[in-house]
Design a protein around this ligand. Structure first.
Ligand SMILES: Nc1ncnc2c1ncn2[C@@H]1O[C@H](COP(=O)(O)OP(=O)(O)OP(=O)(O)O)[C@@H](O)[C@H]1O
Length: 311
């Protein structure tokens, strides 16, 4: 195998007329935490289902852990873990029963089953919950159980589909600590999210929009290479300033964040601050600030003039 856990070229999946995933090229280095960032419906789940071998592509090719898909999907399934977006364990089974059932699916022998279940119960802080029905657990506990089940057979590659969309920020932070532990132990992790802060924790990301990859790279590199300048406005009448700037050819977007306006100006504009100052009202201050990942996302997913946003 190359140093890549996932390689895909031209990967496409259509449902009728709709291309849920459209000509996707991917290269995920082994051992990294790789994120798919994008809004609802951009194709994150479909991409994961293609890469796990659960769904056949309409066109294109993928190789995952050295297995060509879809031909070698069965062999691949034994080497990956997949935590789906919705809780897919049995709500009317206990924590221990769910884990035993998962171990049976993977054909583990009794000794390995016992060792692995004890290990994940301890690692994911589930030891006091072994007799609790999965259906009566909190969102965070259920998430830990789902992750425990996904790694029970010690996969080298883990797919996590929006794993933290239903939990509070502290639980999300704890969850990410667990992911970094798994990563340090050599597991490659592919995670989908629509949260910018979560995407920033990934070593590499691909920004998806309408099934297409709009940008990819390390979050820091994407922010540093943003083809736009960011001007922040404080004070004055922000709503009036926003109205005055919208529609100007070199203004990509204007968004109010608390008591500030964040203005993205095309890189071709020589003096973005002067351009913004023309629009603001008395008492306003404008200055250039560093780009963040949301800026990268906004620029990457803006549609070229004439491009059909519903394509
Ligand atoms: N089985 C299917 N049949 C028809 N259309 C589908 C099917 N699965 C997905 N789609 C469509 O493909 C597009 C991408 O869906 P997908 O679930 O991959 O997006 P997503 O980024 O995971 O979104 P979400 O975060 O809402 O799950 C959507 O327009 C969706 O309606």
């Amino acid at each position: 195998m190359s140093g890549l856990a996932v390689e895909a070229s031209g990967l496409t999946r259509a449902f009728g007329e709709k291309r849920a995933v459209d000509a996707l090229d991917l290269a995920v280095p082994a051992g990294t935490i790789f994120g798919f960032l994008g809004p609802n419906g951009c194709g994150k789940t479909t991409t994961m289902r293609l890469l796990t071998g659960l769904l056949r592509p309409s066109a294109g090719a993928a190789r995952v852990l050295g297995h060509a898909l879809p031909a070698e999907a069965e062999a691949l399934k034994r080497e990956i873990g997949y935590m789906t977006q919705t809780f897919s364990l049995y709500r009317d089974l206990t924590v221990a029963e769910n884990l035993r059932f998962t171990a049976d699916i993977h054909g583990m022998n009794a000794a390995r089953r016992r060792r692995r279940i004890d290990d994940v119960l301890a690692r994911f802080d589930l030891e006091d919950l072994t007799r609790q029905m999965a259906g009566s657990m909190s969102g965070g506990q259920r998430q830990r159980l789902a992750l425990a089940a996904a790694v029970l057979h010690e996969p080298g590659l883990l797919f996590l589909d929006e794993p933290t969309s239903a939990v509070d920020p502290e639980t999300r932070r704890d969850f990410w600590e667990t992911l970094f532990d798994l990563s340090a132990a050599g597991v490659t992790i592919i995670v989908s999210t629509h949260f910018m802060d979560e995407a920033e924790r990934c070593q590499q990301i691909a920004i998806l929009d309408q099934g297409r990859k709009r940008a990819d790279g390390a979050p820091d590199a994407l922010m540093a290479g943003l083809p736009a300048q960011v001007v922040q406005v404080e004070g004055g009448d922000l709503r009036a300033a926003k109205r005055a700037m919208q529609g100007r050819p070199s203004v990509i977007s204007v968004a109010q964040i608390g008591t500030r306006l964040r203005v993205l100006v095309d890189r071709s504009e020589n003096d973005p601050v002067a351009l913004v100052r023309e629009a603001v009202t008395a008492g306003a201050e404008a200055h250039v600030v560093r780009p963040n990942l949301e800026d990268v996302f906004v620029v990457a997913t803006r549609h070229a003039p004439g491009e059909d946003a519903a394509a």
